[in-house]
Ligand binder design. Structure first.
Ligand code: PMP
Length: 380
């Protein structure tokens, strides 16, 4: 007999595609659909282009941005690479100092490291024990030759939310550009790019019920940000990202954003109630300790330390729940989470920590089952 699938509590790693998204995508694939190349000068191309531009409007609307400022990429990894390398290469005659934090996603950290090898000078800000960036430390590291600061909005392992508005104001006041990796926050926290002084913002479709392999970079124009393209070719996306536009993927991202513009507020409230219920059901266990603070975190992610328990044994007893032992992107490494260690946890503490993440399809019944499962696992 095949084993039943575990309860899915790993929405921060990826989400299933919403059926409404899949439906819209399916119209862009077959011969009788919008399969044309959006850059072709005939009816097939025009039909694809219309769908792509509609999707760009939906994406922009979720962020209160102008559609023209949205550039489609293959995901947040590519958007982060394009933003960071693009700005650094374009403005390097102005200065070669760039700033980020030690709790960023690898797609940011490794890009910064590659620029360091090219000769850029990098300051890595240290997060405090709650995972937050100290604004005074940020102020003290920014120099005359600082051209770029990259700080993520919501951390993928802990759900910790940075005060992007305050950070961005400081960066802008120094005449530097601010880039935000918002892969975990778009569609979960309202983002108003008409108010928020951010220059570049990256995100991915598969964290918000869209397909994998599509994302976007918002590139502000007030002040105008110039980028050196990282992919050269047919000049698509205002010559910033060459390559035939993936109509079905873009339409899927657009539909995911259209849905979230309507449902984000109620969805996150429901998830907050489920998270609170989950935490209330296990917090009395003496082995259980919260990493980070609930008040400073997005409710869809909760990171819990199981003190004194051996992770492998714990995971064996939690087979009924699909959780993350860090972030899926780092599951190739056996090292304990660098994000948790940056927050001051020891290797052992980080190693016995698990991330639970909830989403659109999480039910109260799943939460209840998980609570019972965790209580039994901890006791055994
Ligand atoms: N940044 C953050 C914060 C993420 O959580 C992820 C996905 N784990 C990425 C960037 C990269 O996104 P993608 O894999 O879709 O390129």
């Amino acid at each position: 007999m095949t084993k039943p699938m575990p309860i899915y509590f790993d929405y921060a790693a990826t989400t299933p595609v919403d059926p409404r998204v899949a439906e819209q995508m399916s119209h862009c694939l077959l011969r009788d659909g919008f399969f044309g190349n959006a850059h072709s000068n005939h009816a097939f191309g025009e039909q694809a282009k219309i769908r792509i531009e509609k999707a760009r409007e939906y994406v922009a609307a979720l962020l209160r941005a102008v559609p023209r400022n949205i550039i489609f990429t293959a995901g947040a990894t590519e958007a982060n690479n394009l933003a960071i390398k693009g700005v650094s290469h374009f403005y390097k005659s102005r200065g070669m100092h760039i700033v980020t934090a030690n709790t960023e996603h690898k797609s940011v950290l490794e890009t910064y490291q590659s620029l360091e090898q090219e000769g850029f000078s990098v300051s890595y800000l240290k997060a405090d024990q709650n995972g937050l960036i100290d604004i005074d430390i940020l102020k003290s590291v920014i120099r005359k030759d600082t051209i770029l600061v990259s700080i993520m909005h919501v951390n993928n392992e802990t759900g910790v939310i940075q005060d992007i508005e305050s950070i961005a104001k400081i960066v802008r006041a120094h005449g530097s550009f601010i880039h935000v990796d918002a892969a975990q926050s778009v569609g979960k926290i309202p983002i108003d790019l008409q108010q928020l002084p951010v220059d570049l913002l990256s995100f991915s479709g598969h964290k918000m019920y869209g397909p994998k392999g599509i994302g976007a970079l918002y590139i502000g124009d007030n002040p105008r940000v110039r980028l050196s393209p990282q992919l050269l070719g047919g000049g698509q996306e205002r010559k910033l990202r060459a390559g035939t536009l993936a109509t079905h993927q873009i339409v899927g991202l657009g539909e995911a954003c259209r849905i979230l513009t309507q449902s984000m507020h109620t969805e996150i409230q429901t998830i907050r109630k489920l998270r609170d219920c989950f935490w209330a059901g296990i917090q009395d266990l003496p082995q259980v300790l919260l990493n980070g603070q609930l008040t400073a975190s997005l409710p869809n992610i909760i990171n819990i330390q199981f003190r004194g328990l051996v992770k492998d044994a714990l995971l064996k007893n939690l087979e009924g729940i699909a959780v993350s032992t860090g972030s899926a992107c780092n599951s190739m490494t056996i090292e304990p989470s660098y994000v948790l260690r940056a927050m001051g946890l020891t290797d052992n503490e980080a190693d016995c920590s698990l991330r639970f993440s909830f989403g659109r399809y999480t039910t109260a019944a799943e939460i209840e089952t998980a609570i019972q499962c965790i209580r039994a696992a901890v006791k055994s």
